[in-house]
Design a protein around this ligand. Structure first.
Ligand SMILES: [Zn+2]
Length: 500
């Protein structure tokens, strides 16, 4: 915990210094200004539980990353993250065209797969560390309702610019655009940000309602689609911020303390501005100095060109832990995944005669047809989206749902999904020869059974937890007995005849 708080304090120092420089930079060419750490500081003031959540999330990713690095093999399977871009514009210049956004998507894919044309600019001494992260991005083709989408939403706003600390751009009620389920989509908002800020991102572990990346509209894509002046017009702000979204920190710290937690990025004293033309050393990190070519430093778009193997492993680890759900997203595939539940979660264990309401919880493309099969239920099948089914006979039953969208279909089968029990206490057979079965209604917990003979002597005593119990009586003499059943429903006494 102490180390983490130290990291936060250091992050705050560095973010404050970077914002200060942004204000005093050369006219028209401010220093890169990522507000992710300042944003974190603002959130921590509002949400005291965030620190612990972020710590736990980071620890999970670090453990997973350690396993990845110990196995000495980065993930060989490429994973794809569905993206939705929310363009929130006040002026037409901010309402950037689709082509510019597609240009940005291509840059993300090239940078994360190390297919960027400027890999040649990575110095030979850092080349062995440079990694293909095996992470790709696709434009969502299915929206959260299951309908077709271009993956780009456009919202006209009255706001001239959006403040980082307020996060208004993420809420339609505050002049922005509402988030799409962040378990299924990487949300990227494109807008005008207040205060020379190029972008900011949530870290894994933040509230789902604000999870995503916010980018300045003029930073999106590269020329010829991006018509802004340099040096932040080549789409690297998005690469940097998505790095944060996958858990990466800035490469520098305060005091040469491995502040990013990544072993193969050299320690460096502070952020790098502009575009150095030689080795910049700090923290005794010679002979090759700071890795200012790293996407997680502050250099110009045209000077950054690499993630390291350690950073790639960490991002893969984040995708294996905190962001695992996004790898199951169907948002880019047009596919459909069947799933269902009962409306009342307690209704998977019911008394005979109960009517149970089912709901379709399928994911991906919106279904146009439903075929339910209810073993033991009435009706036995249904084509409704949310059918009601009555179960009259005690037993354990499976339920199937096949959903289809006209092109593809999927079936989910849940065996032993509905358990139907007797409505009242049942003891049988009576008279009994070898054993007595005691069956209690749903939600009754049996705790204690006693069999007492006609002389008042207890001949059998048993502690039980199951609702359905068999008592062996073949060793008992024939006669009349009294079965005392102590359950969560109270004490019941049944007269039993044992026969030979
Ligand atoms: Zn940053």
């Amino acid at each position: 915990m102490r180390a983490f708080i130290l990291f936060l304090l250091c992050s705050w120092c560095s973010s404050l210094s970077c914002l200060g420089q942004a204000a005093t930079g050369a006219p028209g060419v401010p220093t890169r200004s990522c507000a992710t750490t300042a944003y974190q500081e603002a959130l921590l003031k509002k949400d005291s539980a965030l620190l612990l959540r972020q710590l736990q999330t980071r620890q999970q990713a670090e453990n997973a990353s350690l396993k990845l690095s110990q196995s000495k093999a980065l993930r060989k399977t490429t994973v794809t993250i569905p993206v939705v871009f929310h363009v929130v514009y006040n002026t037409e210049a901010q309402n950037i065209p689709d082509e510019q956004i597609l240009s940005q998507l291509a840059i993300l894919n090239n940078d994360f797969r190390r297919r960027n044309t400027d890999t040649v600019d990575t110095p030979s001494h850092f080349k062995p560390l440079a990694a293909d992260t095996e992470i790709e991005f696709c434009l969502a083709s299915i929206d959260p309702n299951g309908d077709l989408t271009t993956g780009i939403t456009r919202t006209k706003t009255d706001k001239i610019s959006f403040e980082t600390s307020r996060d208004d751009v993420k809420f339609a009620s505050r002049g922005g655009a509402d988030i799409w389920d962040s378990r299924q989509y990487l949300n990227i908002w494109i807008c005008n940000i207040t205060g020379n800020i190029l972008g900011y991102s949530s870290f894994p572990g933040y509230n789902a309602s604000i999870d995503g990346v916010v980018l300045l509209y003029s930073s999106i894509g590269a020329p010829p689609f991006n018509r802004a002046a340099g040096p932040y017009n080549q789409g690297r702000t998005a690469t940097h911020e998505v790095g944060h979204w996958l858990g990466l920190r800035h490469t520098w710290g305060a005091g040469c303390n491995n502040a990013d937690g990544i072993d193969d990025t050299p320690n460096q004293q502070r952020e790098t501005s502009g575009c150095p033309d030689n080795i910049v050393s700090s923290c005794n990190n010679g002979p090759f100095g700071n890795m200012w070519q790293n996407y997680m430093d502050y250099t110009d778009d045209g000077c950054m060109n690499m993630f390291t193997r350690g950073q790639a492993a960490f991002m893969q680890a984040t995708l294996a832990t905190a962001r695992a759900s996004i790898l199951n997203s169907l948002a880019c595939t047009g596919d459909i995944r069947s799933d269902f539940e009962v409306t009342n979660p307690a209704d998977t264990l019911v008394l005979a005669g109960t009517t149970v309401n089912f709901i379709d919880k399928s994911e991906g493309s919106r279904p146009v047809s439903w075929l339910w099969e209810f073993e033991g239920g009435t009706p036995a099948t249904s084509t409704q989206q949310a059918p009601s089914v009555t179960y009259n006979t005690p037993g354990l039953y499976k339920v199937l749902l096949t959903v289809a969208n006209g092109v593809v279909s999927d079936t989910e089968e849940k065996t032993a999904f509905i358990q139907v029990t007797v409505s009242d206490l049942v003891v049988f057979p009576n008279p009994a020869g070898e054993y007595i079965t005691i069956e209690q209604p749903a939600r009754v917990e049996v705790r204690h059974l006693e069999l007492v003979n006609s002389m008042g002597q207890t001949v059998l005593r048993q502690e039980v937890k199951e609702r359905v119990v068999q008592l062996q009586v073949q060793h008992l003499p024939a006669g009349i007995y009294y079965l005392r059943i102590q359950s969560s429903d109270g004490l019941e006494i049944k007269k039993i005849s044992v026969i030979r």
